[in-house]
Design a protein around this ligand. Structure first.
Ligand SMILES: Nc1nc2c(ncn2[C@@H]2O[C@H](COP(=O)(O)OP(=O)(O)OP(=O)(O)O)[C@@H](O)[C@H]2O)c(=O)[nH]1
Ligand SMILES: [Mg+2]
Length: 607
């Protein structure tokens, strides 16, 4: 007989980026008395890793729990950025319901559609939380209609359409069932979760099954597997059978068992069906594997994670500066690190190439890949990467490419330039309507190819007033060539150190990326040419002594402040014949062929 664990609820919080998921978790933790009175708790406490805090976004899905009136609510906070959709997909198997947060002003956005579709496919109970109702421009009533339309469009059944609605302000820490209700605390939200999300069920007397949905590390105990117990119970110290995805089965010992209590993992002797737990001691455990009773190895199916759409080559750094700044620099280091990443980064792919020094790494978008690059660089790795390329697919004999669903919010004045630029990038408009305060919302289908490098252009074109969001839509037949970058590179002529005089002459040609004192090598990219071709510049050139009087002193040479490219901007900038060199200390851009003469020859061969 299946038992219902009436005192447990398992939920995930899902939404578009920035709609307030992690802030809502803060509120739920605070109001369930997890923290001591007066305890200083930082904002968005679940965004615990460095890159999450720096960028103000959630990257990894994470578990926590709160107690409410004797009930335990296990919560999974998920990232809202489309590139981390794989994180959402993989954790949904742990829960029975979702809180779908929608910003009371923005309404449903591309990633709202994506995460809701995944939740409906798994038949999870949705609770719609219209969040940020404290915003002066909030328009909750309209947003509800839009959410309802989205449910219908995604084919929700009658039961799913009867979703309860809660209005909330995560930041102020209140929720109400009717807008005119007193805004006090999150109690109405807690109540709705308890009433509406089904208690987890499963047979406690049958052999153990625990599907691993997340992996964590701990300095003391090593790898920790996190998942929901689907059947039976886990006991500390027990023998278990681990079912791998390739069909292999091996025996292992559960050395420790933990439950989630607030932000902590608390050791437990045993845990039963329905609860979300963490298990240590199984060193080789991976996401998607099932931990079973030692004598009854019966794997559970894992969710199918959407395929990557973008790939780039990671290769050993072979620039003249190779090995100077990194700790891990060999192909062996690079290989081991990349394959290790696959254990937790479920939507990433890594493949060998013809060269032992290069690996093809595929992900769900530029940010997915750049976060990996940034993480590796901070860990001491040195390597170089190529321009991201979309992954083509042959479907029924037709060459197809990934197409993204793009939503743009811009003031009306900028509509023209946006539509023109997107047209050139083969975007097809599917919808357009006016939004609040002079803004227009434009929706497009656009080849993923056409979006590469567009973001910075868009921000410039709209003077920072536009918002763009995109999410994978599907594969469609190839839409024809798209003109690539309009400008060439300024390329260093010789090895040395850039000086003011040399840079001053170079900046006449375009925009510089470096400052005086920067060490450069032949073939390194030091700026952007104003014209559509590369030119070689001698940024190390010192002023000729005899020119001294004629040209005035060095101080008279004013340099325009350089454009220092971030990692993402560098990836957007490079062309096919260029690379980004990544080290713990520097991000440099370079030509693939460094030698000026050889490069000229290669170009003339291409004709
Ligand atoms: N006005 C208002 N702002 C809010 C509210 N909730 C969150 N915010 C703000 O919205 C921003 C994003 O909040 P987060 O909690 O990080 O959003 P998120 O959904 O977790 O974002 P991702 O995990 O990156 O998708 C922050 O600046 C918050 O302070 C709210 O209820 N009202
Ligand atoms: Mg978040």
């Amino acid at each position: 007989m299946a038992d219902r664990k009436e005192n447990i609820r398992n939920i995930a919080i899902i939404a578009h980026v920035d709609h307030g998921k992690t802030t809502l978790v803060d509120g739920m933790l605070r109001q369930s008395g997890i923290f001591r009175e007066n305890e200083q708790v930082q904002e968005r406490v679940m965004d615990s890793n460095d890159l999450e805090r720096e960028r103000g976004i959630t990257i990894l899905a994470k578990n926590t729990s709160v107690r409410y009136k004797g009930m335990k609510i296990n919560i999974v906070d998920t990232p809202g950025h489309a590139d981390f959709g794989g994180e959402v997909e993989r954790v949904l198997k742990m829960v029975d319901g979702v809180l779908l947060l929608v910003d009371a002003f923005e309404g449903p956005m591309p990633q709202t559609r994506f995460v809701l579709r995944k939740a409906l496919q798994l038949n999870l109970k949705p609770i719609v939380v219209i969040n940020k109702i404290d915003r002066p421009e909030a328009r909750p009533a309209e947003v509800i209609d839009e959410v309802l339309d989205l449910f219908i469009e995604l084919g929700a059944d009658d039961e799913q359409l009867e979703f309860p609605v809660v209005y909330a302000s995560s930041r102020e820490g209140y929720a109400v069932l009717e807008l005119e209700d007193e805004k006090k605390d999150l109690e109405p939200l807690f109540k709705t979760i308890i009433e509406y999300v089904p208690a987890p069920s499963g047979d406690v007397d049958k052999p153990l099954q625990l599907l691993v949905s997340n992996i964590d590390y701990d300095d003391y105990v090593g790898r920790i597997a996190i998942g929901r117990i689907d059947r039976g119970k886990v006991i500390t110290g027990q023998q278990a059978a681990v079912c791998q995805k390739n069909g292999n089965i091996y025996q292992a010992k559960v050395s420790r068992l933990y439950k989630f209590e607030g932000l902590k993992r608390v050791e437990a002797d045993e845990a039963e069906v329905g609860d979300i737990v963490a298990v240590s001691g199984i060193t080789a455990i991976n996401i998607g594997e099932t931990i079973c009773d030692a004598s009854t190895p019966e794997p559970l199916p894992f969710v199918n994670i959407d395929e990557p759409t973008l790939s780039m080559t990671f290769s050993v750094n072979n620039s003249p500066f190779a090995g100077r700044e990194g700790t891990f620099v060999t192909s062996r280091h690079l290989r081991d690190r990349l394959f290790k990443e696959l254990e937790t980064n479920v939507s990433l792919r890594v493949e060998e190439t013809d060269s032992p020094d290069a690996f093809k790494v595929s992900g769900r978008g530029e940010l997915h890949l750049s976060i990996l690059i940034e993480t590796m660089r901070r860990q001491g790795y040195e390597f170089q990467v190529s321009k991201p390329k979309v992954i083509m697919k042959e479907i029924d004999g037709v060459e197809c490419e990934p197409v993204e669903f793009l939503t743009i919010d811009v003031p009306e004045d900028y509509m023209g330039v946006v539509m023109e630029k997107l047209g050139a990038r083969k975007a097809e408009m599917v919808n357009m309507h006016s939004a609040a305060e002079g803004y227009m919302r434009l929706e497009f289908k656009i080849p993923a190819r056409g979006l590469i490098g567009y973001r910075s252009e868009f921000l410039t074109d709209t003077k920072g007033n536009g918002i763009m969001n995109h999410v994978f839509y599907g594969y469609e037949p190839y839409k024809g060539d798209i003109a690539s970058r309009q400008r060439g590179s300024l390329v260093a002529w010789e090895d040395g150190e850039a000086v003011t005089y040399g840079l001053y002459n170079a900046q006449e040609r375009g925009t510089l990326f470096i400052t005086p004192g920067t060490k450069v090598y032949e073939g390194m990219i030091v700026g952007e040419n104003a014209r559509n071709e590369d030119i070689v510049v001698n940024v190390c050139k010192k002023k000729h002594v005899t020119n001294m009087r004629a040209a005035g002193s060095d101080e008279a040479l004013r340099l325009t402040p350089p454009r220092i490219l971030s990692l993402e901007q560098a990836l957007e900038f490079i062309s096919d014949d260029e690379l980004v060199e990544i080290t713990p200390k520097n991000i440099r851009l370079r030509k693939k062929i460094l030698d000026t003469e050889q490069r000229a020859k290669a170009r003339s061969k291409l004709g």
